[in-house]
Design a protein around this ligand. Structure first.
Ligand SMILES: Nc1ncnc2c1ncn2[C@@H]1O[C@H](COP(=O)(O)OP(=O)(O)OP(=O)(O)O)[C@@H](O)[C@H]1O
Length: 299
């Protein structure tokens, strides 16, 4: 698949303090990527550099093989940033028309209103929209030029559950047309279900990069547990293939592992009676927690 965005050894230093430190990654056409990380991790700074809103202190960024500020690039990207100041005094339909007029092959007004779920608000003045409706108008503006690549910085903040579901369904439809999406979010569930790839930032560096499953695997402990019997030998269990640690809690034995299948097979092979067998994979929340507590570099 074609790589439409390349970030190579990029750093950003603000007055002696490093916000982004030697970050490299590429984005493939048609992919949905979530950029995650705690507050201050460097996500917005990285996106701002990708958009040409901030200069890199070091490194290079290429979108469609061109620098971010190239006019050809601007025609191919759509952006929904965290803070949207949308032209008060105009109504929703007028704002959409205005943004459509900037592009050579815009989406139709009707389509944009439908995608953003703003058909009923078409004649409403922008300053009278609710916070969630303003976000949805921001989404329509980002899509106005029918972009190849869409950047969304915490897009669903302020949206209610229904709007959020509608929003992500639209993103799925958009991606099905071969379009590329990069988004940041603090709602980890969104990243888990929507993104094919997660790039996890911490303290200005990429600390994990892979599918949601891979990131969870790398950062969280998985366990195989069963009801403890006195005659189970801890040392035998601890040395089973695949086991990395063992502990007992509330009458259960927990075997920590990176490969739950391997441990279960080994338990059967040893003839261990597996009463109340439970397998727990890590969650993205857990991964995030471990990351922010430990700050361990895993890539
Ligand atoms: N214009 C600026 N001048 C100085 N420091 C800045 C500037 N913009 C960002 N920073 C600093 O760079 C670091 C990374 O900030 P950034 O906004 O990229 O984080 P983030 O991951 O997007 O956080 P959040 O989840 O809170 O949006 C922070 O320490 C921040 O204080």
């Amino acid at each position: 698949m074609t790589e439409i965005l390349k970030v190579q050894n990029v750093s950003k230093v603000f007055k002696g303090s490093t916000a982004v430190n030697d970050v490299s990654f590429s984005i493939k056409k048609g992919s949905i990527t979530a950029i995650l990380g705690p507050n201050g991790a460097g996500k917005t700074t990285t996106i701002s550099m990708m958009l040409g809103l901030l200069e890199c202190t070091k490194g290079t960024i290429r979108l469609f093989d061109k620098p971010p500020k190239d006019t050809a690039v601007k025609k191919k990207i759509g952006v929904m940033l965290q803070e949207v100041q949308i032209l008060d005094g105009l109504n929703v339909g007028e704002v959409i028309d205005l943004f459509r007029s900037y592009y050579p092959a815009p989406m139709s007004k009707e389509e944009l209103l439908a995608i953003a779920g703003l058909e009923k608000e078409m004649k409403k003045r922008v300053e009278k929209l609710s916070g969630g409706q303003k976000r949805r108008l921001g989404f329509a503006i980002a899509l106005a030029g029918d972009p190849e690549l869409l950047f969304l910085d915490e897009p669903t903040v302020g949206m209610d559950t229904t709007s959020r579901t509608l929003f992500w369904n639209q993103i799925k439809n958009f991606a099905k047309r071969g379009k590329t999406v990069i988004f940041t979010t603090h709602y980890l569930q969104e990243a888990d279900t929507m993104a094919g790839r997660i790039i996890l930032f911490n303290q200005g560096e990429i600390v994990a990069d892979g599918s949601p499953e891979e990131v969870k695997h790398k950062l969280t402990k998985q366990t195989v547990s069963f009801i403890a019997e006195e005659n189970h030998q801890d040392s035998m269990l601890r040395n089973l293939p695949g086991a990395t640690d063992l502990y007992r809690e509330e009458g259960r034995i927990y075997i920590v592992t990176e490969n739950t299948d391997e441990v279960v097979s080994a338990l059967y092979a040893q003839g261990v009676k597996l009463q109340g067998l439970k397998i727990d994979g890590g969650s993205l929340d857990q991964a995030f927690e471990e990351l922010t507590l430990g700050n361990e570099k895993v890539v």
